[in-house]
Design a protein around this ligand. Structure first.
Ligand code: MSP
Length: 649
């Protein structure tokens, strides 16, 4: 198949309509938009899906708390998501709502097919159910015999007649899929977590409910009017019903998806249930399920009760949508948790965007005006700058695979390498001195080199910052489309003669935070029992609520490297693996009690969501737990070896 006909299908999770959009939703959707725009630029036939997940008990409850029917309520919140994506210039091909008839019909067809294939049977389910997470949990995972292990809220015991999906039957097939497709789950470190989970044994999955009715009914053929489908079965099917599965199948040629973006909290549903359902439906499996980390604000978990939820619209309105898009992708390696602060955003805008990119463009507009009346020709670039061009081409050789590998921050870093070649060449070649020496051709060749680099960077940056880059393209006299991509990037060609136009500075320097207070997501919810609990702070008796404890992420980590910190009697420098893509560096005050050799290969427990700090100038990204008394210090370690990255609860 030629590249042109290659089909690329990109999906976001469909968002629950019990809450308005926040920075986490914007993050996933922006990444998907970047991938889709990149795919279109390359010339692939691209389909980008997003939408809203509208069934389930949680939504039924949220609606009734507001005196609305679930559908009325879903219409409002779904509309708000759609409006936000329109304001954010997100170019999706379809916005699915799980309350749409074609979706419900498609899900019923899928259910029936799985039933006919012998993968669904009727039984009885009894278990601890968390309404908030829409999930049953085994007793041994509950907090204090009652609390949901994911959100801490009380679970309820539910016993009901239920249909089950034979998930256990797919255990080996799933393991085979993970093994034969090392990149099926990205980042790769997340794949190991899933493999370990599946290896520990899969139970059949309860996939229908009789305790509420806001959901898709089972297929009429089963004659079970009391049952509605488990909301995750309904929701996951959106990825194929959106393409016409069970109906006209009009877009099924886009399946399997190239990238399915999800947050780390919903990876299990996507990496275990979803492929098992697809196997049961005899459909191919997606190429990549890519799980991103979570955003905190100024080092703290976001929550409405703290009033610190980042409203993406306010941030984008204040700082510019493109700067916000760039920041989100550049600041955090995909898969890791990230922290939003205005300071970090301002630093990125002033340094990366203002200095490295914006100033470079301004300088080149000025030079081209002075030296050649804004006319730029690439004719002498190879004569004077073949070395730089070779380096640029080397970067181009490797940069593109980073996109579908979901290494988006690395992708941007590579593009910034190109900008630094351009900035450095201006310093090294001093075109103003060449002009004084009468070497006009050399000065113009340097300007042309920089214009060429800016043009190539612009093409590849366009998916990330479409609006600002269109302005740069105008200034350079180029267009950004599949044919400029082919010529400048794929064929490594240099620009034809071009005329530079002046434009206003694109990223004016920002001195002060532009948003005075935390930007709180607009909607005030009526207080449900849970949110009252969430607000509980330290009581007079010094006790804390479970939510406060749950704000601290404790993990099992494995020490990979350890060394003494020179000139310090107390500190050791450790590199620990805590199940993330990259190792973390932790500076620990344990040198008096442990030697590096004692530690390497052993497991420790760490606080994983501490704000990074510097100790003796070295970054420390966490804290190791230890107990110290008059007899010395002992590290707190799991009693039995545990999978690296396992959360401690
Ligand atoms: N409806 C389900 C998804 C069904 S997909 C078949 C759902 N919806 S959600 O609205 O609760 O979450 C949607 C996405 O937002 C998830 O991928 C989740 O990880 C992400 N985020 C929610 N809070 C987040 C942050 N604070 N930071 C980053 N993303 C987070 O789950």
């Amino acid at each position: 198949m030629s590249d042109k006909c290659k089909k690329i299908y990109i999906t976001t999770p469909i968002y629950y309509v019990n809450d308005v959009a926040h920075i986490g939703h914007a993050y996933t959707t922006i990444i998907a938009d970047v991938l889709a725009r990149y795919s279109r630029l390359v010339g692939y036939d691209t389909f980008f899906l997003t939408g809203t997940d509208e069934h389930g008990q949680k939504i039924e409850q949220s609606a009734s708390a507001r005196g609305k029917t679930p559908k009325e309520y879903a219409d409002i919140i779904s509309g708000e998501f759609k409006k936000l994506w329109d304001d954010f210039d997100i170019i999706y091909d379809k916005f699915i709502r799980t309350t749409d008839d074609y979706h419900k019909n498609g899900v019923q067809k899928a259910f029936l097919k799985m039933y006919e294939n012998g993968d669904i049977y009727k039984g009885e389910y009894e278990g601890y159910y968390c309404v908030s997470c829409e999930t049953f949990f085994p007793e041994n995972q509950l907090i204090d015999g009652e609390g949901c292990p994911d959100c801490g809220r009380p679970t309820q015991i539910l016993k009901e007649e239920s249909y089950f999906f034979r998930l256990s039957k797919y255990q080996d097939k799933l393991l085979e899929w993970y093994k034969n497709n090392p990149e099926c789950i990205l980042p790769k470190s997340k794949r190991n977590e899933i493999v370990n989970f599946v290896e520990s044994g899969l139970k059949d999955l309860s996939i229908s409910r009789t305790s509420f009715d806001w959901g898709v009914k089972l297929p009429a053929e089963l004659n079970e009017p009391k049952h509605v489908m488990y909301v995750w079965l309904d929701a996951l099917m959106n990825y194929i019903t959106a393409l016409g599965y069970g109906n006209a199948e009009e877009n099924m040629q886009y399946w399997p998806a190239k990238v399915q973006l999800v947050g780390k909290d919903i990876l299990r549903f996507h990496a275990i249930y979803w492929p098992a359902f697809l196997m049961s439906l005899d459909l191919p499996l997606p190429h990549h399920i890519a799980a991103h980390g979570w955003w905190t604000r100024d080092g703290q978990k976001m929550s409405k009760s703290k009033g610190n939820v980042v409203n993406p619209k306010e941030v984008a309105d204040a700082y510019g949508l493109d700067a916000f898009r760039y920041f989100m992708l550049r600041e955090v390696p995909f898969g890791q948790d990230g922290d939003f602060s205005q300071k970090a955003l301002i630093d990125r805008i002033n340094s990366d965007l203002g200095n490295d990119l914006g100033n470079l463009l301004n300088r080149i507009i000025g030079m081209s005006g002075k030296y050649s009346d804004f006319q730029v020709s690439s004719k002498d670039v190879s004569t004077y700058h073949q070395k730089e061009i070779d380096t640029v081409n080397e970067v181009l050789e490797n940069v593109e695979k980073l996109i579908y590998d979901m290494q988006l921050n690395r992708y941007l870093e590579e593009l910034w390498k190109l900008l630094s070649i351009a900035n450095k060449s201006i310093g090294d070649y001093e075109p103003w001195a060449k002009i004084k020496e009468g070497k006009v051709d050399e000065a113009n060749a340097l300007v042309a080199l920089v214009v060429n680099i800016l043009a190539k960077v612009s093409v590849l940056l366009y998916p990330v910052m479409p609006e600002r880059i269109s302005k740069i393209a105008y200034s350079l006299g180029i267009e950004i489309n599949t044919s400029s991509y082919e010529s400048l990037i794929k064929n490594r060609a240099l620009l034809n003669d071009t005329t530079i136009s002046k434009i206003d500075p694109l990223f004016p320097r920002i001195e002060e935070p532009l948003l005075a207070t935390p930007t709180v997501t607009v909607e005030e919810k009526p207080k449900a029992k849970e949110s009252v609990k969430e607000e509980a702070s330290i009581n007079e008796d010094g006790l804390i609520g479970i939510e406060q404890f749950m704000n601290v992420t404790l993990k099992v980590a494995t020490v990979v490297e350890a060394e003494e910190v020179p000139k310090s009697s107390k500190l050791l420098k450790l590199q620990v693996d805590c199940g993330e893509e990259n190792l973390r560096q932790i500076i620990a005050g344990i040198k008096e009690y442990y030697s590096p050799a004692d530690l390497v290969g052993t497991q420790v427990c760490i606080v994983a969501n501490l704000k990074p700090a510097k100790l003796m100038g070295m970054l420390s990204q966490g804290m190791i737990l230890a107990a110290k008394d008059e007899n010395g210090l002992a590290l707190i370690r799991p009693e039995k070896p545990k999978i690296t990255g396992t959360q401690i609860k």
